[in-house]
Design a protein around this ligand. Sequence first.
Ligand code: BES
Ligand code: ZN
Length: 408
Amino acid sequence: MKNMMFIAATSLLAQTAFAHTQFSGSELTPIYADLSQLKKASVPVLFADEKSQMGYTVATSDMLNRLSASAHHDGRCGNFEALTKIPSDITEVKKDFQAVQKQQEKNLSYERMFRNLNTTVDAKIADAVSELNSNNIKETVTWLSSYQSRYNRGTNPNQHVQDFYNKLKAQTANLPYITVDMVAHVKTPQKSVRVSIKGSERPNEIIVLGGHLDSISGWGFGNAKAPGADDNASGSSSLYEAFRVLITKGQPQRTVEFMWYAGEESGLLGSAEIAESYKTERKAVVAVLQLDMTMFPGNGAGKIASMTDFTSPWLRDYLNSINSAYIHAEILEDQCGYGCSDHASWFRRGYPALMPTEARFNSMFQSIHTERDVITPESSFEHALIFSKIALIMAMDLGNSTLREPRF
Ligand code: BES
Ligand code: ZN
């Protein structure tokens, strides 16, 4: 309480109403964003959490544009997380910040008490890993990045979604324990694609393996060319290659769900709604993997990064442990500094999350969100294959074990 600047609920409502009046006709989006970015973009803050240096506000499209412009100026991207709905009361916002704080405190206790999981090699998993093929990733990235745009506000936001859904449906037609569906959302007409592989022993325990399928150009212009090859055809394709091999290996004991999210680039829209509904339904999600940007080896071949914010030390330990057993990559640690991808949607709702990515934040591919985000001579599908291995091993190892985040 002491470290939070509190704006009374009445004042929040008054300001929201004011925003309605002043910006009539413009869309209002409740968001969380960096306090410094909000200040720089002259966006009024309705609630400030000093500890995380994040703020809450209800932004008009003008404000969002200013925020994106100032973030871009600082070499960052969009930089805000959209909420699924405008909170009725400021206490809801407070609770959200407290939930992330609680997660971070849980992380600290874990770091003090545990370390070093030890994975032993299982021949079946090692065999499956050897079946993964980087040429398939290249093929899928080529295909996905050939759409004019996969932008959630583009003129045809579901073309690639429908095509991808059809592909997945055809591939799993003979497997009765697999369901494929397109998840409709409230905040965007774009749909997410989800494949659920039902667990044979513990179907209620879910492993989520995800990545965003949408792309964006600039700060989001209608149907501007947005190939999004690295961001995030690459992560989507790394996942899809893991999926291809996994479905030839029978049913895991736990349920494994693949998710290709909608509208990440417009504020984690698809994942926020899915994570929210899983929380409401009290679904037991054991682990969430997010793959976002996998094909640019910015720190060198065989070197990847593991993000330490909005993720769980248990899963970061787990990644180190499967890496030592099966993958042998070099894992560097870094932070996004904000909820930079869909893992944040899950983490802030209490679920354990992991986000390995192509390189440290400052060494990432520099042309994301432009029409130059295409396959280049530096793109490495061997690099992207590391992430298919992570996803496949999580599905086959964690998916067949009782391992979970220790409770405190
Ligand atoms: N792929 C990026 C996230 C990213 C960027 C991860 C650089 C690691 C390094 C993602 O698609 C993205 O653009 N996220 C937005 C935030 C989101 C909440 C709109 C961003 O980074 O601004
Ligand atoms: Zn992006």
